[in-house]
Design a binder for this molecule. Sequence first.
Ligand code: PLP
Length: 428
Amino acid sequence: MKTLDLRSLSADELHAWALQQDAIDPLRKFRSQFFIPEQNGTPLTYFCGNSLGLQPKTARTAVEQELTTWQQHGVEGWFEGEKPWLSYHRYCQQALGQVVGALAEEVCPMNHLTVNLHLMLVSFYQPTPQRYKILTIAGDFPSDQYALETHLKFRGYDPAEALIEVAPREGEYTIRLEDLLEAIETHANDLALVCMSGLNYYTGQVFDMQTITAKAHSLGINVGFDLAHAAGNIPMQLHDWGVDFAVWCSYKYLNSGPGGVSGVFVHQKHHSSNLVRLAGWWGYEENRRFEMTKGFVPMEGAAGWQLSTPNIMALAVHRASLAIFEEATMPLIRQKSEALTGLLAEIIRRLNESGTKIEVMTPTDPSQRGSQLSLLIEGKGKAVFDYLVENGVIGDWREPNCIRLTPAPLYNTFEEVWRTGEMLRAVI
Ligand SMILES: *Cc1c(COP(=O)(O)O)cnc(C)c1O
């Protein structure tokens, strides 16, 4: 599955190459494990997995299994049935760790994303009178902006002064690594934390998390990433990179359903430290939780940050979806992702060569992007987007003129990318 030399192929050869990739795709069997929404009996080309991933067919069975346990055991479902609910997070940890490159005990599904971001800030943002600032990227996802802004206010700081935002250079869409590293260096004496998305939701830019982490750590600064658009999309090695914490949601590339359970990573090196945390009974030492005694004793690892009785139905869907990732494996997902997005990029390059004007915000270097291209079509963006929708291609529209297309390796095909290219040619 090589992306190289696509430029040298004729249009017919490129088409043939795309069809051949589908034929030899090691992940091809997974498409039939998802429900693909239809329009007039034809499957839609669903390029919106960055917003809400499609439903694995096993999700319903997984939920039904827990409904049956509830039906047959009532409250004893916490201890009985095929998968006792009490330990439900454990059924997800191994697979989740593989998705983000972490040990099983470093990750735990819990709560929702923005809630978890606040919980992690409680533990990892420890300002001192000298070092109290947080460095982030400008224009990050709104919820992250609001979380950082209000969290700083809650701690008694003025976000206008305590929040440092690194922006793209004039005339550029993406942020240069060198600018991020330089900003960390420049503000090192004031910084308590670097906290930013690992993959920008709007441009699709992947940040070099390893280098950013190493830089911040060399200056004594904690680092946390929001991986909402990275988890299940790009391979990561959070443990080896030494990242302090990370949070993500499971309803985007992780296909775990609308409002599905979020995930948290806390590096092993922090597990036995006395970090401040906001606690609840579900983070309490599991064997003694029902002794209901005074004084919080956390569970070992990321699970010790849980607060509340988990939503078992959401966890059931998550478990079902993670089983697919475990089988498909991140390296193969990544390989196909690069090729799919590479094909889309090549098609757009050709369209531009023949006179159209589609600006691609996403980096051209495959290592700096995941399964996504963000396209700017001056003046005609909305019309093009509507045409795609009418013709069964579901992308994602951002005002004022951005179309995001995200071919997901588990259920999208090379042929779908090819056909979308033909539609773009027809409409522009
Ligand atoms: C999707 C997304 C969110 C959404 O947060 P929720 O708390 O799950 O609603 C937050 N941050 C980023 C970066 C996202 O991509």
